[in-house]
Each structure stands twice: as structure tokens, then as C-alpha cells.
Design a protein around this ligand. Structure first.
Ligand SMILES: *Cc1c(COP(=O)(O)O)cnc(C)c1O
Length: 396
């Protein structure tokens, strides 16, 4: 998955453009920038690649989620339904706009279970936020129809699945809003950065203002701009955007390399009947950022994960025990350890999350995900495939 594997002359050239004119900021200084507007260019490229009307780049994936939520008017008293398996950024963004994250079970897609989502809806629910973890996606059709029935916003976190599709649409473009991360370990990286896409003129208009202190971006005199509403600073610098432009151009190549490597590994594993695979919804195509398998029991999954390590198969994850990605280790959220005082609504709402998620546990305890790299040689992929088979057979 990491775009940094493909870092090269293309990225350097884009950065050099910025260094040559010295304008490191995206707004103003037009006389000096020699025609270079890297953040703007990245937004145009992102909207085109994701087949949406609008894109807004920001300083991180977490910022993209935050700006997306704020742009849709989500705030105090609102509940956002999110999965038990995701990165901590999901609830951070929700809390930061004053809303309350409501955890919800996943199914064998390892993303939101539509049935559990329906059960979690209350009069306070405003957003359903599926997270397309590890290169594959939620059942977006089912979630969309729930949103339509209950008049909710569908916000896709596609940070780990950029380049995948659902119903022939790029992941991130299906919902009302979609978010991407360009942090250092993502498929497209610019060091630190993120982006959101939408077809809503209103959300897009809110987003560009909100991420820049509420500036209206009218006219050429930044100092004379007015502020139709409050905002913050989630801007992306021109240096980061420059790297992103070169990286985004490589996305299709990255995905096809990932697919090729994924298929070699998956074909090798078909010789082991005990190994099964996460469910990919019917019209979905993965980004192939990870190969994710189930073993028959928790005990075998734990043993399998250890055996993979021992056989030299690196970058395989047992998320069930992971400190960042699974609700069991989110004590800071569940125990409300916040430096600043949470609102009474958040304090009350968060209590709903202090319960067991048995269905999530039943899938995650059996799950192992292995990162797919793009820089492996054909020889290395073959060797990895046989080591994986050897490792897993040794514990079955
Ligand atoms: C990486 C990631 C984010 C946050 O992105 P940052 O750019 O690191 O802030 C959000 N959600 C998911 C699922 C991620 O993997």
C-alpha cells in the first residue's frame, strides 16, 4: 500500500517548482508563484480521478473527516455511527466537531454491518460513516438505502482503500462525502495530507472556507476577505500538495501492481481449505492494499499470525490485539480521558459504547491482514507466497 515505495524524480520535480518560486502557501502571492498552484492542481486531479464535481485538499485524513463533518453541519448533539474496526481518527474527527461517535458492529466485510447500523439509529443520528478498511469496502448500496430512509448523510472514509471501486464508482465518490488520507503510509502519500470529495456544491463551498479560517475566498486581497462563518486552519502546504500531484498520477499503476501481487499470494493460499477470505460486496473491486484472511478459530489465528512472523512474512497484522485499530484498546475513548471537558451530550452519548461487540469480536479474532507492497520483485512475491503457505500449514 505505501506510495513512498514509488517516490522518485516525478515528486522531486513537482517540489522543485515550489522551491523555485518560494511560495509555500496555497493562497495569495500570485505575482511570485510563476503560475504554480499545487494545492489547486491536486484538487482538480483528485476530483477528476474520483469522478466527483468537487475536491478539497487539507492537512491530513483526520482533517478531511473533520472538515467533511463540519461542512455537512454535523455538531453538538448529533450522533455519528462508525465501526468498531477503524483507525482512531474516526472518533477523533467526530468528537472534534462536538458530535458523538456511536460504535457499531462489523460483519464479514470487516466494515459496518447494515443490520447493526439500523439497530443503532436513534433520533439523534445524523451520519453513517463506513470505513473501507484494508483496501475493501462496506455494502454501500445497503447503507445508502438506510440513509435515504432515515434522511442521514453517508460519509465514506476511504483512507485505506483509495483506488478501489463500488458499482463502478471510485470509493469515496459513492456517498454524500468521501475522505482520503495522504499520510506517509498510505497508497498515495504527500508526507501529511488528506482530501475530501463531494458532488454537493454546498458542502464543497463550506469545506474550502472552513479549512481556511472561514475566509470567503472572494477577490485578490486576502486581508479584505470576510468570514461568513467560523472556521479553523486545516490547509495543505504547497510542498505537500506538490508531492501529492506526482503520487496521484501513479495511483493506477500502484493499484495494478498491488492486484498482481495480491493474486499471486491469494492463489497460493487456495491450497489451504481452512483459509477463508473477507467478503467483498457484490459490485465491489478492492484496491488490493492488503490480503485479509480468516482462520477457523481465534486460537488458530493467533498461532497463524505468530507463524507468519517466524517464517519471515513481515507486515501481517492481527488487528484484534491492535492498539490503534480496534475498539477493545480504545480505553481513552471508552473512559472519556479528554484533556478538555467533553460536552454533557458527548459524555452521556459515549456511555452507549461501553458494551460488548460480540459479532465484531467473532470476525476480528479470526482475522489476519497482510500488507501488499508494490516494490516486491516477482521472485520475492513467489517466495513470500510459499512462506505464507508453509507458515499457515504448520499450525493447521
Ligand atoms: C490513516 C487513516 C485516517 C487518518 O489519516 P491521517 O492522514 O493519518 O490523519 C483515517 N481513517 C483511516 C481508516 C485511516 O487509515
Amino acid at each position: 500500500m505505501p506510495g513512498f515505495e514509488l517516490f522518485g524524480a516525478e515528486e522531486k520535480k513537482e517540489v522543485q517548482d515550489v522551491l523555485d518560486n518560494g511560495v509555500l502557501m496555497r493562497y495569495g502571492f500570485d505575482g511570485n508563484r510563476n503560475g504554480h498552484h499545487k494545492a489547486l492542481e491536486l484538487e482538480k486531479d483528485l476530483a477528476t480521478r474520483m469522478q466527483t464535481k468537487y475536491a478539497q485538499v487539507v492537512s491530513s485524513g483526520t482533517a478531511a473527516l473533520t472538515v467533511a463533518l463540519a461542512s455537512a453541519g454535523v455538531g453538538s448533539g448529533d450522533e455519528v455511527i462508525m465501526p468498531t474496526f477503524t483507525f482512531v481518527a474516526s472518533f477523533e474527527a467526530i468528537l472534534s466537531v462536538g458530535a458523538t461517535p456511536i460504535l457499531c458492529d462489523i460483519d464479514d466485510t470487516l466494515t459496518l454491518d447494515p443490520k447493526a447500523v439500523e439497530a443503532a439509529i436513534t433520533p439523534k443520528t445524523k451520519v453513517i460513516m463506513p470505513v473501507h478498511m484494508c483496501g475493501s469496502m462496506a455494502d454501500l448500496n445497503a447503507l445508502k438505502s438506510i440513509c435515504d430512509t432515515h434522511n442521514l448523510i453517508l460519509l465514506e472514509d476511504a483512507c485505506q482503500a483509495i483506488g478501489g471501486t463500488y458499482d463502478n464508482k471510485p470509493l469515496g465518490s459513492y456517498g454524500d462525502l468521501g475522505c482520503f488520507s495522504f499520510d506517509y503510509v498510505k497508497t498515495v502519500t504527500c508526507g501529511e495530507g488528506g482530501g475530501l470529495v463531494t458532488n454537493s456544491e454546498k458542502y464543497a463551498d463550506h469545506a474550502h472556507k472552513y479549512q481556511d479560517h472561514g475566509h470567503d475566498h472572494i477577490g485578490n486581497d486576502r486581508g479584505a476577505e470576510t468570514h461568513p462563518f467560523l472556521g479553523y486552519n486545516y490547509r495543505l502546504s504547497e510542498l505537500n500538495a506538490a508531492v501529492g500531484i506526482a503520487q496521484l498520477r501513479k495511483l493506477d499503476k500502484t493499484i495494478s501492481l498491488q492486484e498482481k501481487n495480491y493474486n499471486v499470494l491469494r492463489t497460493a493460499l487456495t491450497t489451504i481449505p481452512e483459509v477463508t477470505y473477507r467478503k467483498v460486496p457484490k459490485t465491489g473491486v478492492e484496491s488490493y492494499a492488503f490480503l485479509t484472511i480468516f482462520l477457523p478459530t481465534e486460537e488458530l489465528a493467533r498461532k497463524g499470525h505468530k507463524a507468519l512472523g517466524k517464517h519471515g512474512v513481515d507486515a501481517c497484522f492481527y488487528w484484534f490485539d491492535n492498539n490503534w485499530h480496534y475498539y477493545k484498546k480504545w480505553e481513552h475513548l471508552l473512559e472519556q480521558k479528554s484533556l478538555n471537558k467533553l460536552s454533557q451530550e458527548q459524555q452521556n452519548g459515549l456511555l452507549q459504547n461501553n458494551k460488548a461487540f460480540d459479532q465484531s469480536d467473532s470476525w476480528m479474532s479470526r482475522t489476519i491482514s497482510c500488507l501488499i507492497k508494490v516494490s516486491w520483485t516477482e521472485e520475492q512475491v513467489k517466495e513470500r507466497a510459499s512462506k505464507m503457505v508453509e507458515a499457515l500449514k504448520s499450525i493447521l
